[in-house]
Structure formats: structure tokens, C-alpha cells
Design a protein around this ligand. Sequence first.
Ligand code: F6R
Length: 611
Amino acid sequence: MCGIVGYIGKKNSKEVILKGLSRLEYRGYDSAGIAVHSNGINQLKTSGKVADLDAKCIKEKLPKSSIGIGHTRWATHGIPNDTNAHPHQDITRNFTLVHNGIIENYLTLKKYLAQNGIECKSDTDTEVLVQLISYIYNKDKISFEESVRYALMKVVGAYGIVVLCGDEPDKIIAARHGSPLVFGIGDSEFIIASDTSPIIEFTRKIVYLDDAELVVFTRDDYYVKSILENHIILKTVNEIQFSLNQIEKNGYDHFMLKEINEQSNSIAESMRGRIIIDEGRIKLGGLQEAIQDILNAKRIIITACGTSWHASLIGSFVIEELVRIPVNVEYASEFRYRETIVGPDTVLFAISQSGETADTLAAIKKAKSLGALTIGVVNVVGSSIARETDHGVYIHAGPEIGVASTKAFTSQVTVLNLIAILLAQAKDRNIKEVANLVNDLKLLPEKVELILKQSKKIKSIADNYIDAENFLYLGRGYQFPVALEGALKLKEISYIHAEGYPAAEMKHGPIALIDENMPVVFIVNEKGYEKIISNIQEVRARGGKVIIVTSIDQEELHEYSSHVIHVPSIHQCILPILTTIPLQLLAYYLAKAKGCDVDQPRNLAKSVTVE
Ligand code: F6R
């Protein structure tokens, strides 16, 4: 959440920062701001999007400068207005700072500052930090770097910050604790950002900042230090793994549509080199050393949030079916605060697209502290979760920019299937069943293509429901998490209220909602077919409108519904991948028809780095 960019080099920093912010806008888009050095600090902020900030920079003639910082905000403390937008300046106007995260003890610090004659202007937690840096600098007469370091030692909470100081116009200082920061090393230039997307245009050489680290950039050098011990840390320089092309829209109206359409390729990438064709065996390098520990574990927990939690639920079903080990699926935000039974004989899988979700990261840290073995299933290479876990498997879906997760979900389910197969093979269980699943996995990409060819049909179905105020999604077994995911996709981008339920649960409450205005999406598969047909009849008897997504070719389904969307049949463990895609498209076309901002839905942000 919140996007940060800082630049020091030879270019006009405004251009670099605004371009970078627009690439980071999926992290937050309620207000934006920029500060550059040019005879003191010049700063502009506005509520609204990066495009509004760009217009303000032109109108108010932001001076040219080769050093600056910028921010795109997802509000936590204080409404999105010009005052609360970042950067925040201290009262002497000597320091300015952008921040991602939450300063949890900001009220205590604010009181302390007030007692010393410093009043904050904004409602944010962030302003307190810049005022504190300035207060320490003026009181203790110490350097810019030392003032930042001392101030950070007083902070409780999470931060990724970048700071400028008017007295030292050739320097940028950045620091991290709990919120991601990465910097790129260019040719006599450095660019620091919340993730790699603004960096790739300038360099592929990057360094990930770790928690409790601070970096100081001068015009031609940098060094990284420990905030607590103040000693120099030698960092590894990594390579960015994706291309610029992968983070462009490439002719699509929205990133979400592009990413939905990429799924046959992204799923193939998730499997590339991992199925040994001749033997039908699975190879996952990052898991090789953990297999026995997983099989010997007393408890397996999968933890995640949102869409990744839905993928986890499917993963747990597959592991239980194929490997016959019990698996619990936990919301990371609940797991971390519950008195869960975790110990050295527990294995915790953490599933995350961004690899930065604060609750998931905290759940991993808690499990680790109790002795559990942790395994990450992550998309973003080099992300915090990928680095925090003991072992890991990347899903290799490629960059996902659309705020609503699509291709990451189908790749997560694919990789969780690969993990289940690997474990079943290591245990010599369900050999025939597993072989069938492996064969069907190979067919996934071409079957996904067949679904994508139905986009026009799905769009015309969506057109019938523009005025719907509620939707219900119902499925059984493997299709229950799909119902949850279909409902989440719809509500987050179209703002239509939607609920997902196990189909049989309908009669325990939600059935009260059904009338002629309620569209109900049933995801129908073979297991429990007769039962779900009864549920469909119950909805019809109450006037509800039925939409069916199914792999079953039965004439009666057309009779019982207003619309049927067919997906090819495939092994039930991976059928959720196919049945989810029409629901992604349905949500997309409904949101688009309603004129919603599909890639930047209100109140949301990708990469939820606050708790
Ligand atoms: C929904 C969505 C969110 C994320 C959730 C976890 O479309 O994108 O529900 O799935 O915030 O994010 P990651 O997977 O990055 O940990």
C-alpha cells in the first residue's frame, strides 16, 4: 500500500518520479505528491491520482531538479486531501518525507512533540516522524543521517520512508522496517521505490533493503547501515527478472483484462520445467529439502488473505485428497492473534501474490518464532515473504498489476496442485489418480484458451445484470472456494454486493434473500450433481435468476437456468482453475458496463502492507 519513489542522478527527477508513481499507482491512488531539491525543498501535493499531480506540476511550474521523492497514497490516518497527502514537511521546512506503513505510537510521539512546542498540521501518523527527525536534528545538532536513525529508533510500527534534507541537497536517505523498499543502481543514478516496477526502465541491477536497514545515497555512491547498530551492511546486487513489456497494458483496455487473457501462458509458466515428462513426476527445487519435514509434520497450516486464501482452501482440499494429511487453512490476520497450536512439528505454507501482505508476513514470523517450518508460495521474486520463509516455490505468473487478482489465483492453484502431487509421489499414494492429474495438468493451457474464446458470450450475459444490487455464488466441494472467489471479484470491482456460499448452506439462511431480483451463479461439477440440481430448483421456485458455470454437458441445465457457461472437463482438483475464469470475466464486464474503474477500484490497493 502506498507507492514511494525517490531519485538522485542526472535526469529531471520529476519525470522519473511521476512515471514511477504511475507504475506504482496500483498500491494506492487517493492522493499524490512530489518534493524536489531546487534552492530549498519545493513540494506539490494533491488529492486524486498521479495524473492530477502531473497537471499541478505543470500548472505550478515545479522547478527542474535531479533529486526528489514522490508518493501515491492509500489513506490510513486522515482523509485523502491535500494536507494529508505525502510528502510531509517539518515546521522548519528543512526536511520532507514520504512514508508507507503505520507509525503505531504516533499519538505518544505527537504529544511529546507538542510538549516541546511542535504542533502537527495533518491528521497523519507520518508527519509526526518528519517533525521528530527535525526536532532531533535541531536539538542535538547532529547530522541528517544520525537524526533519521535516532528518530527511527523511537518509532513503533511499520515503515518504508524516503527523506530529503534542505541542508544536504545532494543526499537521499531511505529506511525500512516492515514495508518494502528496493533500489536500482544505474549509471550515476539511483532510484528507490516500493517495488521494482518503476526501476526497470533505468536498470536491472537492484538491491532489496531488509528490515531495520537504512540506505544513504549521494550523487555517485551509496551505503547501507543497520539502524540499531549503525554498522555498514554489504548487500547483494540482484537482477530484475521480468521485462518492461510485462508491466504494460499492450493494447488491452485494462490490466485486469490483459491478465485474465494471459492465463493460459501464466499457468504454463507456473508448470514450466516442473513436470518431468517421461516419468510424470514433479520437481520443485525450492521444496526438495523440505519434503520429509512436510510428510513428518503433525500439523500443516496454510495461511493467506483474500483471493490467496481462496486458492489455499482449494490447495488444502487437494493435499487432503491426494496425500491424506490433515491441513488447516487460516486467515493470516486471525492466525497471528489466536492461541494457535504451533510448534516444531508444524509446517506453515504462506500463499501470497505480492509477497508483502503484512498479516501474512506477521503470521510467518509468529509461526517461525514458535519453531514451525515455513514455506512461501509467492509470485513476486525477492519479496519479503519469499525472503522470510525457510523454503519456497515461486508461482511465476509474471507481474500482476490489476488490483483484482486473477492470473495469480490460477497459478497459485496450479502450484498447490504440483505441491500436493509431489508429496503424494514421495509418499507413494494414489499413484493412478496422481498420474491422471499430471496428464490433465498438461492440458490446462489449451483448455483455458477455450474458455477465453467465450469472452463475448460472457460479456453479453453480464449486460443483463447491470442493475443487479446483489449476487449469490454457490458451489459444492472444490467449487465452494470458486464461489467465494467469484463473489469477491464481483464486489471488489463492480461494487455489487455479492456472497459466496457452499450451495447446501443456502437453505440455512441466504435463501431468505432470494426473489426475482437476485441472480444466483451456480458452479456445477460432477460430484454432488444431483444435490446441486435440487439447490437450483429451490432458487427457481423463488423466482431467482440462475446462471450456471459447469463442465457438465446436460441438456437439463439449460432448462433450469437463464444462462449456461460451459468449461471443458478436467480432473476435479484443477477444475476450479477453469470454472473461475468465466467468473473473472463476468465481474470484469459487469464492472466495465457500470463504468467502474476496473484497475483501481475504490478504497482498494494491491499489496496490503498495513495490518
Ligand atoms: C483480491 C485480492 C486480494 C489479495 C489479498 C492478498 O482480488 O487481490 O484479496 O488476494 O490482499 O494479497 P497477496 O496475495 O498479495 O498476499
